[in-house]
Design a binder for this molecule. Structure first.
Ligand code: EPZ
Length: 421
């Protein structure tokens, strides 16, 4: 098991370039199987979730090869419509393959991806969206059998703007003759990126980023070479790392237009942010001010994937901050360990009350989920003394060599492999 060993107290300074987005790459990898042609993904991040998705595609008969940061997906030999259970349980985003497999084979067998550290993660909205396209679905002993023989374009309404369900239905509709209109869809930037990718492949989709997406079915798609969008959550996390250390950094390759909610909260905490076309400079104050209230919401509201990082900032602010986690039911796994570092966080169901303290103290802590783990590392950058963050494999799911990124900006952090005791 790997750990991060962090000595706190260093201000982060310097320049860093953000890598492409996990949450854009994963659905795009699923969409690549919508054509038998080969697709090339440029600057594909070295993340474990990307590797797992590649393993699933390989098990389905695709050829997936990586040459440094170029990922090549050749779905020509794809011959299975059955999602491998043990892999599907490893990453939730395997469910994104349901739409493409149905489009390719008109049938699909998947198992429930199962919950994870931040919640039950049901897939009822995915299944409801596909049923509205005429997919016949029955569940038996945890296995979901989908019959797409009678799939057809039509109207789809999502009861909640689920990111994954929106992406699944888009990919299920892209080759259905006629017009599919999707209502109450998610508006996340990664969905806009998926629309760009599919339209470059020859699809005819419009409206991504708004509440309604229209898919005009086309006969076939062709392979392309594509560079997915930058990772807005990694960008936000690095800005938070500079903010908690009183630092001053220049981030490049930043999707500035997708980060207004995060920039607004950082400014409320007295950070000075200067925005450029695809870059941002952050100057942190000596002491962060609290924010009055942070409510996570679907985009363009404040992103749930940045809640843990802002909660970490709030622990050392000059007053009390309130956070409300509206998207996931169990996303405060980092609070207990932050309190062990001297923070004063009170959790009541979906609400966190964070009373700022002057100092945090290094401790041995454990990542419980991807973003919570990153938040604990941020706290370690600020804490007096040494912090050990365990279960770094969870951070590796969404951050490419997180320790190298932080060290490049002056942090005293290194990865160590410890034998499981
Ligand atoms: C995507 O997950 C992201 N993952 C998540 O990022 C992100 O937190 C989430 O969107 C919200 O922005 C990827 O893109 C790979 P949802 P997804 O469906 O699609 C409930 C990270 O840290 N729901 O919008 O699973 C669900 O339980 C990860 O990078 C249903 O009830 O999110 C949750 O409470 C974490 N039924 C809410 O909706 C369903 O069928 C939002 O989920 C689907 C979802």
């Amino acid at each position: 098991m790997d750990v991060l060993r962090i000595r706190g107290g260093r201000r982060l300074t310097g320049e860093w370039t953000v890598h492409t987005a996990k949450n854009a790459v994963l659905p795009i990898m699923a969409a690549a199987v919508l054509t038998p042609d080969t697709t090339l993904l440029e600057d594909c991040p070295l993340l474990s979730d990307v590797a797992y998705m590649g393993e699933i595609l390989t098990r389905l008969g695709c050829k997936v090869t990586r040459n440094d940061r170029m990922l090549k997906i050749d779905p020509q030999g794809m011959d299975s419509h059955e999602m491998p259970d043990e892999l599907a349980k490893k990453i939730r985003s395997s469910i994104f393959l349901l739409g493409p497999i149905l489009t390719r084979f008109r049938k699909a067998t998947v198992t429930f991806p199962g919950g994870c550290e931040i919640g039950l993660r049901p897939i009822d909205l995915h299944l409801s969206g596909l049923r509205q396209l005429g997919v016949e679905i029955h569940e038996e002993g945890g296995v979901i059998h989908c019959d797409g023989r009678y799939m057809q374009a039509g109207n789809v309404h999502l009861d909640y703007p689920s990111v994954g369900a929106t992406e699944n239905v888009m990919m299920a509709a892209v080759l259905l003759r006629g017009k599919t209109v999707m209502h109450n869809v998610a508006r996340e930037p990664e969905i806009v990126d998926l629309q760009h990718f599919l339209n470059r492949m020859g699809a005819n989709i419009s409206g991504a980023g708004s509440h309604t997406i229209v898919v005009e079915g086309v006969r076939r798609l062709h392979g392309i070479s594509y560079k997915p969008m930058p990772d807005r959550i990694v960008a936000g996390t690095m800005l938070a790392a500079a903010a908690i250390t009183g630092g001053n950094i220049h981030l490049k390759n930043v999707p500035v237009e997708d980060l207004h909610a995060v920039f607004s909260k950082l400014r409320e905490m007295d950070c000075v942010l200067t925005q450029h076309a695809d870059a941002v400079v952050l100057h942190a104050p000596e002491r962060l001010r609290p924010f009055a209230r942070l409510q996570t919401q679907p985009h363009p509201g404040f992103p749930t994937d940045m809640q843990a990082q802002l909660l970490a900032l709030a622990t050392v602010a000059s007053g009390t901050s309130i956070l409300v986690e509206n998207v996931f039911e169990n996303r405060y796994g980092h609070a207990g360990d932050l309190n062990r570092m001297g923070a004063d966080v009170l959790i009541n169901d979906r609400t966190a009350v964070v009373k700022g303290v002057k100092e945090l103290y290094g401790a041995r802590v454990t990542a419980r989920d991807l973003r919570g783990g990153a938040a604990l590392a941020l706290a370690g950058l600020r804490a007096q003394g040494e912090t050990i963050v365990e279960a770094v494999h969870l951070i590796d799911r969404g951050y490419e060599r997180f320790e190298d990124a932080l060290a490049a900006l002056g942090a005293d952090v290194r990865r160590e492999t410890v034998t499981d005791t």
